[in-house]
Design a protein around this ligand. Structure first.
Ligand code: SAH
Length: 358
């Protein structure tokens, strides 16, 4: 980059920090000009904004992978319906409660219940589990991440005490959505679910993979503009990683640097957002968790799924910490956070709006 270019980019980033706005052209320019110096600069500015808002605190959420049965057939995902290689499992209510107890012993204040879209996990079952968790842990937050459901179902879980819902939009471009999903899945429905979740009152999480097959710079620009407009309380961004038994087995993994760049942009647009440093980042890079935090993420999601099922929730290859015990992984994660001067919070870490007037 020429010196003039560098000065212009830095001005763009400073402007983004102070005004929280960025045009389509500017986002495109940032993404296409990505080099080491620019990345270091934007990561630093984004981290300063995160420090100013959250201090040196990182929030931890205990992830419980309830089921790897799924009625969907997303081309990128290892637990897609048509993958006959994966051995299917589904936790019982008692097993789920046991995971929560384990998480509570580790000091976690949020449980994230994630899974494939498993028709056998009925609304009544989920409501029952939720009520049991809330009874035993009335001060903990519960996040659902169980895919697309009817408004009635979302409403029912919210009434029963669910606090948050994670549903990555995956891509904000219809044509790209159709490249990632078979015809029986609907872009409109996914986006509509996100609007409904927000309207019901959930702290809602959107997000996407970076480097998913067919993704262009324009697609990422759309994602950023979509997130800016939706203003979700949480945003999950991780690199795409191929899974060997999917149609995308031979596609290359997404770029870590581009992922870190997008995390920083979103952080500067949404200074209050809760953003995980994702397991996918840590899977591709030894220092992935730390790099995500240093780019502006402020959440980590240690895995509470029982050891015997962990490897079966194989959404992508070489998923980090597949073979470690829960406590061991958690300790390692804690150390990684400490090593960069941060600490894990012992509070729930709910969303609070301080920057935007609604
Ligand atoms: N069924 C739930 C949970 C899906 S798994 C739902 O639909 O929301 C959680 C996230 O993992 C997905 O939203 C997707 O963005 C991500 N994921 C799936 N396959 C992946 C892959 N191969 N590489 C990276 N991330 C992947």
């Amino acid at each position: 980059m020429t010196q003039k270019c560098v000065v212009y980019m830095r001005k763009l980033i400073d402007n983004l920090k102070s005004k929280r706005c960025l045009s389509r052209e500017d986002i495109t320019l940032l993404l296409t000009s990505l080099d080491e110096d620019l990345l270091i600069y934007i990561n630093k500015v984004a981290r300063e904004a995160t420090d100013a808002r959250f201090g040196k605190t990182v929030y931890a959420r205990g992830l419980i992978e309830l089921t790897n049965y799924c009625r969907n057939n997303c081309y990128y995902c290892g637990i897609r319906r048509e993958n006959k290689q994966v051995e299917r499992y589904r936790l019982t209510a008692d097993e789920i409660l046991e995971c929560c107890r384990q998480g509570d012993r580790l000091g976690l204040k949020t449980f994230v219940l994630q899974g494939g879209e498993d028709p056998r996990l009925t609304d009544n079952f989920l409501e029952d589990v939720l009520l049991r968790i809330k009874k035993e842990f009335p001060n903990h937050a519960v996040t659902f991440s169980l895919g697309e459901k009817s408004r009635e179902s979302y409403q029912k879980f919210f009434a029963a005490g669910a606090d948050r819902y994670l549903l990555r939009h995956e891509t904000a471009t219809r044509e790209h959505y159709q490249q990632l999903h078979p015809e029986d899945m609907s872009f409109d429905n996914r986006i509509n679910c996100l609007h409904e979740l927000k309207a019901i009152g959930y702290q809602t999480g959107a997000g996407m993979m970076i480097g998913s097959p067919g993704q262009t710079v324009e697609n990422i620009v759309e994602d950023i503009l979509f997130i800016k407009k939706l203003r979700p309380q949480m945003v999950g961004i991780g690199p795409f990683i191929p899974q060997h038994d999917t149609p995308f087995a031979n596609e290359p993994a997404g770029s870590i640097d581009l992922t870190l760049m997008v995390i920083s942009i979103i952080r500067l647009l949404l200074p209050d957002a809760l953003m995980p440093s994702t397991t996918a980042l840590a899977t591709l890079n030894q220092h992935g968790y730390q790099r995500g935090i240093l780019a502006g993420a402020n959440v980590v999601m240690p895995n509470l799924t029982p050891q015997e099922y962990r490897a079966k929730y194989a959404i992508y290859d070489n998923k980090k910490a597949m073979f470690f015990a829960v406590e061991q992984e958690f300790e390692e994660l804690k150390q990684q956070i400490t090593s960069i001067g941060y600490h894990l919070s012992n509070s729930r870490g709910d969303y609070h709006n301080t920057f935007y007037h609604v």
